[in-house]
Design a protein around this ligand. Structure first.
Ligand code: DWN
Length: 428
């Protein structure tokens, strides 16, 4: 990953981009929006700072969540222009074995489930460094990545994945369909939640998808986020937090059919949705009704459901800061693990800085030597943990707890302990 001389957010002056407040639901245009969680204001969570940028301009943006009382889509109260966040993108899923294995099985499942033939076109929207498409290519599919991050498109092409460095849109869809034909499979992992003009996005999917083709989208599931208190999934990149009711309303507007849903463990609980043209031959799985019934049962059309979630989030902040202050008061040494975007949400929302955390360790080279946005905690390679052997480690990248705890078995054998805040504050 090329080291960036400036973080992309630092090179963008606040006055040149303004966030705007959402006034109607992104899916159904209802104005019946109920704001149920505010995380105050904070810098963009992937905006890691180089040392020389400390003390420089660090734009803070509002972070709050509405739910649409009509279609139950949860969505950010404010939208920051995509140009600021995605033209030079610093998150690379292939930095974790968990995600590489996840993408490998996703490609194999799609090829097998839909009998994808050699040479058929597979398009990945938000293709990042081409990791997922590399696996489809190994199944002899013709692949095309579409991603606005020019820095990642270079890496993808080096990986042998043909990549268009632009935002996906109905215009791009038309151009690809004309030049490369319709797609048998279109994938979008952790992308749809990042899209503001979601209707143009699916107008483009409709345009590019072959008659019997399948769109496979995967993103954190809104109900899991609420049920597991995963407030740190809320950040400026994630504009939408989908319920199945809201997805159904979305696809129906584009004569698309939600044919199947499969739960996934990644990123705190995601859904993988399989979507086809309305008149395609694919049958609708009973899973759809099961998800819809579960959402009704949980009370996702009632304000109380969201108010209860917000109360649990406030309790996590209270419990976590109290525990860290107590341990610090006892002279314990505490560090963080995983300079994740979600981790930066926790640090900024709970106002956790170098007063409580000595530093953070992280495996990703371009983050090492930088500082976290807003809280300015220094980031070091994981090796520093083994050398310093601190008393406690706050696991900020809890979505990789299995992989990280396994890697740090020896630290735990020496009595080291992990603090995990989601779904509730505990020491393991
Ligand atoms: O939508 C997104 C979600 C799905 O993934 C993206 N916007 C960004 C990303 O979210 P995140 O930043 O919360 O998760 P990461 O980047 O997957 O955070 C993991 C961090 O932990 C990385 O910086 C790498 C680090 N890590 C580590 O230091 N040692 C990870 C593993 C597995 C490890 O062993």
């Amino acid at each position: 990953m090329p080291a960036e001389s400036k973080t992309h957010t630092q090179s963008v002056k606040k006055e040149s981009y303004q966030e705007y407040r959402v006034k109607k639901c992104r899916i159904c245009a209802s104005t019946d929006l109920f704001e149920y969680l505010s995380l105050d204001t904070m810098p963009i969570p992937n905006g890691f700072l180089a040392e020389k940028e400390l003390g420089g301009p660090e734009p803070h943006y509002p972070l709050g969540v509405y739910v649409c009382m009509n279609c139950t889509l949860s969505q950010l109260t404010h939208v920051i222009p995509a140009e600021i966040m995605f033209r030079n993108y610093l998150y690379i899923p292939s930095t974790s074995k968990t995600m590489i294995q996840h993408f490998e099985s996703m490609a194999a499942d799609a090829v097998e489930r839909f009998d994808v033939k050699p040479g058929e076109l597979v398009v990945d929207i938000g293709s990042n460094d081409g990791t997922l498409l590399k696996f489809f290519k190994a199944h002899e599919a013709q692949v095309l990545g579409i991603d606005p991050a020019s820095n990642l498109a270079i890496v993808a092409r080096m990986n042998g994945v043909n990549t268009l460095d632009d935002f996906f849109s109905s215009r791009i869809a038309k151009e690809v369909a004309a030049s490369q034909g319709k797609a048998r499979i279109i994938t979008a992992t952790n992308v749809v939640a990042h899209v503001d003009d979601i209707h143009d996005f699916f107008k483009g999917v409709k345009e590019l998808l072959a008659p019997e083709g399948v769109f496979i989208g995967e993103f954190p599931y809104g109900k899991d986020m609420h049920d597991k208190n995963e407030f740190d999934t809320v950040y400026h990149e994630h504009l939408s937090y989908f319920s199945i009711h809201s997805l159904k309303a979305l696809f129906e507007r584009h004569e698309l059919k939600l044919a199947d849903i499969v739960k996934q463990r990644v990123h705190g609980g995601s859904v993988r949705v399989f979507v086809t043209h309305k008149n395609a031959s694919h049958k609708v799985s009973p899973a759809i009704k099961e998800f819809l019934d579960a959402e009704d049962e949980a009370g996702m059309t009632k304000r109380e459901y969201y108010e209860a979630f917000a109360e649990r989030v406030h309790k996590i902040r209270k419990d976590l800061t109290a525990l860290l202050k107590k341990l610090k008061g006892e002279g314990k040494r505490i560090i963080g693990y995983g300079a994740a975007a979600k981790g930066n949400v926790t640090l900024n929302y709970c106002k956790i800085g170098t007063d409580l955390l000595d530093y953070i360790v992280d495996s990703v080279p371009y983050k090492q030597g930088r500082f976290t946005p807003g809280t300015h905690v220094p980031i070091f390679p994981e090796l520093k943990l083994e050398k310093d052997n601190p008393d406690y480690v706050l696991l900020l990248a809890w979505n990789f707890a299995d992989e990280i705890m396994q890697k740090q078995e020896s630290y735990r054998e020496k009595g080291g302990q992990f603090i995990i805040a989601i779904p509730n504050v505990r020491v393991e």
